[in-house]
Design a binder for this molecule. Structure first.
Ligand SMILES: [Zn+2]
Length: 427
């Protein structure tokens, strides 16, 4: 086994280490190109620019983008309903696509026939993944794009994948052991669940398993959890941030201390009210522009709050870093790595005449998200086990997540209370 140094080197050396001025010039040029392309091919952007009285030639630099409004992820559902299937965002005809993904909402997402780089390979490399590694991909392969994007990115960089998807912890542990899997891809909480299961099965986490690196995303990674998992499993765990719509936007390097902006996309941090870029260190919404010719999202508002720093990083990467993801601009909440829209909760509860008021409460137990639908019933005698089972089924159907049901006395929930109450505490 050659000694692979997992903490050194770059996946795209030229782009990752270029001077800030050279990067600016590079991104300005790519921005011009994608704006012209989207104006020509994607009806939504043509209309949006016309409304602003802007022409493609007005956008010559990244800075010029601030003249265009931010399109919020939360608006995608409505925009698509008005103009199915893609709301005028897709620059290709249906016959030119390879897949259509369905994200919660539902939001339909086109996947181009010839795969574009969604920038996750850079993130994998920075997390210590190397060519030849076998990676277990434990994100959901059902309908949503994220796991597919990651799987393709692993493939592009010469890693092999075991696409296990979510759940089935016992089999997943067996696979880790039998195949001596080197790399984990998934949420931090699922890695934690696998470690626990492995111990229950009598395995030694370091002797019996061969995990070296983990790429985690879609959830907060508390430092306490990272440290304990790294020590127990004897591996390096790095996190990444992006969305299923735009792909990778930032990722940790071996030195951590924030997530470097990904190469080959524009990441802005803006005032959620005005859409104008905020100063270094100030909190704002993460807004992305990607150069995907099929799905050219321009000034796409992720709804996530963060801040950035241009402090030099010793790893040699010259891109700024997002300091951390601080929460959500709107009420859309990420639970177990999935976005849950308040609208979906309302829709779901509307199916039950008995429910007079409800609130989805999100908490943390043993490093896992726990989702509880607290409901008030018009008639409290309706609080049967059968009712609870039906509501739990509806949660799986509408929210694609398992949850608990708690019936509470009338008047417990304040009138007009938030549909989703996020009570998770992060260190
Ligand atoms: Zn770095």
């Amino acid at each position: 086994m050659p000694d692979m140094n997992r903490s050194k080197g770059f996946y795209l050396p030229k782009l990752e280490t270029m001077s800030p001025d050279a990067r600016q010039e590079y991104l300005d040029k790519k921005t011009q190109e994608i704006v012209a392309h989207a104006y020509e091919k994607a009806p939504f952007f043509r209309e949006l620019m016309k409304k602003q009285g802007a022409l493609p030639q007005d956008i010559k630099t990244v800075a010029d983008l601030s003249g265009l409004p931010v399109t919020e992820k939360a608006e995608l559902v409505r925009l698509q309903r008005e103009n199915l299937p893609f709301g005028g965002f897709c620059a290709d005809k249906m016959e030119g696509l390879r897949r259509v993904y369905v994200s919660p909402g539902p939001i339909y997402e086109p996947c181009e026939a010839v795969l574009e780089d969604t920038r996750w390979s850079q993130a994998f490399f920075a997390a210590g993944f190397r060519k030849g590694d076998l990676a277990q991909v434990t994100f959901n392969f059902n309908m949503v794009p994220f796991a597919f994007m990651l799987d393709e990115a692993l493939n592009q960089m010469g890693c092999k994948s075991v696409p296990t998807g979510v759940g089935n912890t016992e089999i997943q542990v067996q696979v880790l052991k039998d195949l001596q899997v080197e790399a984990y891809v998934g949420t931090p909480s699922f890695l934690s669940a696998l470690a626990e299961r492995a111990e229950q099965m009598g395995l030694d986490l370091q002797e019996d398993l061969n995990l070296k690196v983990a790429f985690v995303a879609a959830e907060m990674l508390p430092e306490s959890l990272r440290e304990s998992l790294q020590t127990r499993l004897g591996m390096m765990i790095r996190q990444s941030y992006g969305t299923a719509d735009v792909g990778c936007l930032s990722y940790e390097c071996p030195l951590t201390g924030g997530m470097h902006f990904a190469q080959d996309c524009v990441v802005e941090v803006v005032d959620p009210e005005t859409g104008q870029p905020v100063a270094e260190g100030e909190m704002g919404e993460v807004v992305a522009t990607v150069f995907n010719k099929t799905y050219p999202l321009i000034r796409f508002g992720t709804g996530d709050l963060s801040a950035y720093t241009t402090e030099t990083c010793e790893c040699g990467r010259t891109a700024p870093k997002l300091t951390r993801i601080m929460g959500r601009v709107d009420q859309v909440t990420k639970i177990k790595g999935m976005f849950v829209h308040p609208g979906s909760v309302t829709q779901m509860s509307a199916r039950f005449e008995q429910i007079s008021a409800c609130q989805l409460v999100v908490t943390r137990e043993n490093n896992q998200d726990v989702m509880t639908l607290v409901c008030e019933l018009a008639d409290e005698s309706g609080a049967t086990e059968e009712f609870a089972a039906e509501v739990m089924d509806a949660m799986k159907e509408f929210l694609r997540l398992k949850g608990r049901v708690e019936v509470t006395a009338k008047g417990t929930l304040a009138e007009g209370c938030e549909v989703i109450s996020d009570k998770r505490v992060w260190d």
